[in-house]
Design a protein around this ligand. Structure first.
Ligand code: NAD
Length: 495
């Protein structure tokens, strides 16, 4: 097989003059700082973005504030739902163009960009659109005694917090962007979003489509740039909420900056070192297929993916042999080739981080397979499986965010729970067993925001998602997101 042909719309988009999308249009900028965008499969520069200037950030926040008080506030909840559904329709119509842009910037296989990134962006957007006319306060029964025959009526209003600063990572830039954009717009907030400087293109096109769908000018703005632009956004006095997804160290800096900016509220969706447990009775073929799909998809650059694997000692050699065998058959190649199953890492800095991980594994651990760079242009490494040197092995503690599973045998379920919880993180976890009562007994003992049984990494818009411990603050999806994007106003009336 060979690479698919790029759509003319994609090549035109790559060649456009870089600009930020503010107030419904690409705006001229005072910034002279261009940032190169590279294709991770080749290392070649494919486009440029503009590092937003102070004036660009000011313009974006001011236009979001204007839309928050004006056009978007004047749009009824029902109409907001209609517009968001139309926006979802346009994402669907332009899915191939967006999938190609995303693959070119992120190295994600084109199948994944189409089948997960774009397909799920549409699913999530429609789910959020459905909330538009269903976000309400409550009527309360006041407890104040009536002294002279007066009565009281009490109720709460759910009011949008205001302008949201969305800051998103490079691994699923459209889908994670949609989580923030849709949460903000459906609750009546407006948003200025900053994509990762590594994958900045698709969200610019998404903003154009939102505007075409009827999202008013200023309600959804995109400013590009590095973490510095993110810091400036957070510090802006007119930002009422920060919605951040990224690494734990950046999340801590973002949380501190938000608190320092007059206690701006922040939700932080951060990284993890997610455990998966294979019990003695596990269906090994199901578990091996699950690990190939879940730990190595998008080269392991998935926040929810398993990285620590605890396997009952009686099944370890069988597991290592079967998984090692399955990984050796993965087709590694260009992400634009539809037959490719495993592509490059997303950028040079990340490649260097993973190679450092590999160097330590090669020096100190038993490497079952991989732990090598692949000698070709771009940022390719081999899918990797290693044995950990006991529970304190640093490779079992640091998030790799790459195609690396670290395996440790365990003997008792008591030991298993201790091992699974022995981490500063708590984003996701999974238990693989045919014994449902064992699974149900383990689930409450596991410190994680999401626990799966006989599966891992499946996100559903109806289910709240977020981390415990150092994996984050707050929840997205379900009805949990409403709390984060609205304020409750209490009203009491005497009559
Ligand atoms: P990152 O933390 O380096 O960057 C994330 C975003 O923050 C980028 O847009 C970046 O430009 C910006 N940023 C960097 N420094 C900043 C600062 N000081 N202030 C404000 N913004 C700043 O993360 P990444 O490398 O892009 O993404 C990988 C990480 O994201 C992994 O740790 C992964 O686990 C995590 N992640 C978490 C989830 C989740 O839902 N919990 C989802 C995807 C990725």
């Amino acid at each position: 097989m060979s690479d698919i042909a790029l759509l003319p719309a994609v090549t035109e988009f790559l060649a456009r003059v870089p600009a930020n999308f503010i107030e419904g249009a690409y705006q001229p900028s005072t910034s002279t700082q261009r940032i190169a965008v590279r294709n991770p499969a080749t290392g070649q520069v494919i486009s440029h973005i503009l590092d937003a200037s102070d004036e660009d950030i000011e313009h974006a926040v001011a236009s979001a504030r204007k839309a928050f008080k004006g056009a978007w506030a004047d749009t009824s909840p029902y109409a907001r739902g209609v517009i968001l559904n139309r926006f979802a329709d346009l994402l669907e119509v332009h899915a191939e163009e967006l999938a190609q842009l995303e693959t070119l910037c992120s190295g994600k296989s084109i199948n994944l960009s189409r089948g997960l990134e774009m397909a799920q962006s549409v699913v999530f957007l429609r789910y959020f659109a459905g909330w538009a006319s269903k976000i309400n306060g409550q009527t309360m029964s006041p407890s104040i005694p009536s002294m002279g025959g007066e009565q009281y009526l009490a109720y709460t209003l759910r009011e949008p917090v205001g302008v949201v600063a969305g800051i998103v990572p490079w691994n699923f830039s459209v889908m994670i962007g949609i989580w923030k954009i849709a949460s903000a717009l459906v609750t009546g907030c407006t948003i200025v979003i900053k994509p990762s400087e590594f994958t900045p293109l698709a969200l610019l096109r998404v903003a154009e489509l939102a505007f075409e769908a009827g999202v008013p000018a200023g309600a959804f703005n995109v400013v590009n740039g590095t973490g510095q632009v993110g810091q400036q956004l957070i510090a802006h006095a007119a930002i009422s909420k920060v919605a951040f997804t990224g690494s734990v160290p950046t999340g801590i800096a973002v949380g501190k900056a938000a608190m320092a900016a007059d206690l701006t509220r922040a939700t932080l969706e951060l990284g993890g070192k997610n455990p998966a447990a294979l019990l003695a009775d596990v269906d090994m073929d199901q578990a091996v297929t699950g690990m190939v799909q879940m730990a190595y998809v998008h080269q392991g650059q998935v926040c929810a993916a398993p990285e620590r694997l605890y396997v009952h000692r009686s099944r370890v050699s069988e597991f290592l042999e079967k998984l090692g065998q399955a990984l050796s058959t993965l087709k590694i190649g260009s992400p634009l080739d539809e037959s490719t199953q495993f592509g490059p890492l997303a950028n040079q800095a990340h490649l260097e981080k993973i190679l450092d991980f590999f160097a330590r594994a090669n020096q100190n651990n038993t490497v079952i397979c991989g732990a090598k760079a692949i000698d070709r242009p771009g940022y390719f490494v081999e899918p990797t499986l290693i044995l950990a040197n006991g529970p304190d092995d640093p490779l079992l503690r640091e998030e790799a965010f790459g195609p690396v599973l670290c395996v440790l045998p365990y003997d008792t379920e008591e030991e298993l729970v201790t091992l699974m919880n022995d981490s500063p993180y708590g984003l996701t976890a999974s238990v693989w067993t045919n014994n449902l009562s064992k699974a149900l007994r383990l689930i409450p003992q596991i410190e994680a925001g999401t626990v799966w049984v006989n599966m891992h990494t499946f996100l559903d818009p109806a289910l709240p998602f977020g981390g415990v411990k150092a994996s984050g603050v707050g929840r997205e999806f379900g009805d949990a997101f409403i709390e984060a994007y609205t304020e409750l106003k209490s009203v009491m009336i005497r009559y």
